[in-house]
Ligand binder design. Structure first.
Ligand code: ZN
Ligand code: ZN
Ligand code: ZN
Length: 312
């Protein structure tokens, strides 16, 4: 279901306002392609399957004991390598649970690497271990009362105690990210949107177990209660994505944009004809070559698209 109104989002990189509705909860800037927001309302309306399926579960079960052994030995390299396998399988099994940008192999690689490193650093960090233990204690201490859409709701005081530990884990994670250099590896950059995504996932899971006053308070406290506005009409032209043919709205003055079809970051300053079939395309910005979506010819992207990217 697409809403006519869109979440008011402003780009922290180029200051542009989002003008077009986003098909997923991940909101990308129309002008520079940066991830600028995570729309909680779209996320909770997203009915695409988010369960990873039996193949992933088998891998997870197989790797579980190996992870435990690597952890017990203090073998960070082995632990990291196992986490890489696990996240690669996860992205493969349920892309709908991740950013649509995982369709771009360059982004996907960064995403897997960052997730695996975050899991590894977290597992070996004493401060994170303590924070996670406090969270586990708060989970065990939850008390339930009848009511709500699930038949039971959390007693508010026990829920807010859990919420405090979630904020605590996030704060510890942020410090750890800065200390270890993880923050710089984040696939969308070190942006507050990353924290919003984490909080949104927590809120999505717990909303059905809360009564209305707690729901409202939680949305206000997390900053997920958003302002929705009419889409603005920017001057744009519809050009096919060079990678997947999907219609891309190229806003006048845009430098980069994200294809909502395949997740590639596209170079939006110029429309380039395919050297073989002449179809006019937007080229992927982070690839050195790709196959034309219309004629499958292998095309090399000019080095200058990469140069522009460095200056972004
Ligand atoms: Zn921007
Ligand atoms: Zn595309
Ligand atoms: Zn072509």
């Amino acid at each position: 279901m697409t809403s006519l109104r869109i979440k008011l989002s402003r780009c922290h990189v180029c200051n542009a306002t989002k003008g077009r509705p986003s098909p997923t909860a991940y909101v990308f800037c129309d002008f520079c392609g940066a991830l600028i927001d995570f729309d909680f309302q779209t996320a909770i309306g997203d009915t695409r399957s988010k369960l990873p399926g039996p193949e992933y579960e088998r891998l997870r079960a197989a790797l579980g004991p190996k992870l435990e052994r690597a952890h017990a030995r203090g073998d960070r390299d082995e632990y990291l390598s196992l986490q890489r396998q696990l996240f690669a399988a996860y992205v493969e099994a349920c892309p709908a649970a991740c950013s649509p940008r995982v369709g771009d192999p360059v982004y996907r690689q960064k995403y897997i690497e960052h997730s695996a490193r975050a899991a590894m650093e977290g597992a070996f960090d004493p401060e994170m271990k303590a924070a996670s233990e406090r969270q586990a204690v708060a989970m065990k201490a939850l008390q339930w009362v009848p009511g709500g859409p699930m038949g039971v709701t959390c007693r508010p005081d026990t829920f807010w105690a859990l919420y405090d530990t979630v904020l605590d884990v996030a704060a510890v994670g942020k410090r750890m990210g800065e200390r270890t250099g993880l923050a710089a590896l984040a696939p969308d950059g070190d942006t507050p949107v990353n924290e919003r995504i984490g909080l949104s996932l927590f809120v999505q899971g717990w909303l059905p177990y809360l009564k209305q006053p707690e729901v409202e308070q939680l949305l206000a406290r997390t900053g997920l209660a958003a302002e929705y506005v009419e889409p603005t009409t920017t001057r744009d032209e519809v050009v096919p994505c060079g990678v997947c043919k999907a219609d891309v709205h190229r806003a006048e003055g845009a430098h980069f944009c994200v294809c909502d079809g395949c997740g590639h970051l596209l170079f939006a300053e110029v429309v380039t004809p395919c050297t073989h079939c002449s179809a006019k395309l937007l080229l992927p910005a982070e690839r050195t070559s790709f196959q034309c979506a219309f004629c499958s010819t292998e095309l090399r992207t000019q080095a200058w698209t990469m140069k522009h990217l460095e200056g972004r």
